[in-house]
Design a protein around this ligand. Sequence first.
Ligand code: SAH
Ligand code: ZN
Ligand code: ZN
Ligand code: ZN
Ligand code: ZN
Length: 490
Amino acid sequence: MDLTESNPDGLGIEVILPDGDKPAPCCPHGPTLLFEKVSKGGNAGRRFYACSACRDRKDCNFFQWEDEKVSEARLLAREAENRSKRQPFTQQEYCKRLEMFVSLPPDKKKFCEDCQTLLLPAEHAAHAAHRTAGVTAAQLRRPSVLLRPLDNKKSHAQYLFTNRSALFLLDALASLGYGKVLCVGAPRLQELIKLRNLEQKQKPMKSLLLDIDFRYAQFYNQEEFCHYNMFNHHFFDGEASSAVLDAFLGEVGGEKVVMVADPPFGGLVKPLANSFSLISQTWRKLQNSGQHNVQMAMMWIFPYFFEPRILECLPSFTMLDYQVDYDNHPLYKHGKKGRRQSPVRVFTNISPKLIVLPKEEGYRFCSICERYVCTLNKHCAKCNICPSKDGREWKHCSSCEKCVKPSWKHCQSCGCCALPDHSCGRGQEKEGCFTCGSLEHKRKSCLLKEAPRRTGFHKKTSQRDRKKSKVKRFVLASSVFLSIFSPSCF
Ligand code: SAH
Ligand code: ZN
Ligand code: ZN
Ligand code: ZN
Ligand code: ZN
């Protein structure tokens, strides 16, 4: 077994990736993940299975000790529950429904806002008391606008790209010659690809969306959407869906394929990296090139403070300086007062010198680093890198022998740089913000107030939780996703 989610400050919960030996029990989100709590001295704690996709037990309350004997009755009840939570139609059925929907006269094309479904005439009566609205052909092509984004407090919170960011990604990929884009948790990207294809201004791109939000199944055919969980590489439609992915990954006719994934930010890095590696492996097998270390081209969009963890899992990746913005994110969208800095970046195994970042948005090429960087990210001759991660100009500290954030000052008693108002000797992980992991502010002044609870990553909380009952320990299990938000990593 491969120990994965090792926590840098030793207070962690580790995820143990499946090695194919023992199948994990399933929750409605597919195979669960095996977690292990590790205490300070490195003693392994009891292992348990919990949902791979949900961090809030309100969304999925699966919990099982690894060595627990589960009664036949409970297994049956669990299976029944999993069945009852399946989506109402298969992808094939959704596809037929879409065909029928498209052929309806305009006044019969209705969308139920309460149920978030396209309605066929026979279903209108059943939704008579709901809020419904007509759907135009243009709206049908923009499901990410028609559908209500899943909200913040849910595990599957959806933050949709601004046009600016999505078009930047597409232009960059098109100019590198990628003809097929695997969109993992990126519904708006798939949508823009299809819209651009309609314009017929450039070579059409193919796309396939893999997402856990099956509302999107209503808008796409079988070759365009698979209901998928990226934390356990699970296809809800089984073989039928994995065959669709295989067909997409084969580069027949020399069309190059690239993956763009935008997972929820509370997600565990290790299981995500594992799923992406499995996708890359499938791709490699299909290419039959005989080369063992070629990798599928990938872009993984995630906040910059995850850089150490992502590189630990995927050492061939680099982080680009490009700041990805979102339309509906409380923190990361353009404000009235101009642009707020977004902490979200692109991690990729494509050579960074090939990805040209737009000059008009404040990026330049550093010929020493051989990559495009933020204009304010000045090359440091002592570190020999462009050191900034957050878009601001960093400064070199000769005592620390590295560049640090502009707001930090060297502290003699701590022997390192820190915020001027830090409490000496307490270690950095106790500083900073509870909610977003930033060391630049406290929770009180965090802009991300509506964001999901991120209790799990805080040392005090996890110590307190350790003492609580089994039920409470489960809460910890589901908030474990957040325990990797270790601000001390960065
Ligand atoms: N910026 C993207 C959307 C990112 S939001 C865009 O504009 O296209 C995160 C996406 O990941 C959502 O579409 C959400 O439904 C999906 N998602 C969340 N959890 C997932 C999981 N476990 N497996 C697959 N997709 C998931
Ligand atoms: Zn679950
Ligand atoms: Zn440089
Ligand atoms: Zn420096
Ligand atoms: Zn210093």
